[in-house]
Design a protein around this ligand. Sequence first.
Ligand code: 3PG
Length: 390
Amino acid sequence: WKTLDDMDLTGKRVLVRVDINVPMEDGHVTDTTRIDRIVPTVRDVLAAGGIPILMAHYGRPKGKVVPEMSLSHVVPTLSDILDQPIAFIDGNYGDRIAALQAGDIALLENLRFNPGEEANDAGFAQRLASLGDVYVNDAFSTAHRAHASTEALAKLLPACAGRLMQEELSALEAALGTPERPVVAIVGGAKVSTKLDLLGNLVEKVNHLVIGGGMANTFLAAQGIGVGKSLAEHEMANTARDIIAKAKTTGCEIILPRDIVVAKEFKENAQHQTVAAGACPEDQMILDAGPTTVDYIKGVLKDAKTLIMNGPLGVFELAPFHKATFDVLDEIARQTKAGELVSVAGGGDTVAAVNASGHEGDFTYISTAGGAFLEWMEGKTLPGVAALEG
Ligand code: 3PG
């Protein structure tokens, strides 16, 4: 795919697909990360003499106009971050676009207000194409959706990747495509069923796969290890055993908790104890991995060159069950800062855990993507990326 450096943008209207699907409370943006990360592309388009016309979705309005999901709510924050007024265009595209001048930045209303967006409708894509001369996709985090603005449109105009898209793709390539080995993957989260394809792909690609969180309980239970009242998907036992068997053939070491922190209640500061995996009392649940497990993971990390993380090791939102996750994050941060490890993390929960641990600046790369990061880790081709390849 091409980049901004390959395009002549002078005097051109540049349609830039961005992902500014940011968390909001009471109409105010509460986390600006995704907006901050599109700044280089917008600046570079302006510097090259182009007029950026930003296109994005917000929420899932399902083809209807839902005022709370209007991108107008994002305009004040966007304008602050880009340090200039934004021309917000909420319909009647033609006239407003024609009035734009060099130096202006425009933002179109939520594309998903139009049913043609999610339907990847050729007519809607054509209408968007008529507004610009060049198409830039800077929305890696929406690239798993084959929508009009991510897929069909890319084929109608000269197209390229924006700076954030470039950055995401090269970080992910460095982590799983052609990584320096050994590679460690840490995968956590509640359910094996949502991360099945991902685990199947990872055992083929990484040297060590640490499984944490509720998913680890499912794997322990599948091996006949008692997990008490823990969250576990017992119906996934066969699948978990298949993944363990596949890992043996690929030479991937699967690392499960060796000791566990258990409690009777799922709440902050619940009375708890650390026991060996296999010694979970019947009336208790596993809420974190224990220190022996953490030490083992740290040992594996010490020899590793690359780390990819998606999902916490325990219930990091409830102290003290954040301990295993935070201790491992401390070690990843230390090794990354020392230049010993390339570390990449992505996904909503993971980024929340990294931020809560205070290590947001210490990873080599933190992806802005949730669903797209998962699909990419599953080894899938993302339609938004494939469309740029032409
Ligand atoms: C995200 O927040 O992961 C992206 O903006 C995609 O949103 P979607 O899951 O509603 O397509």
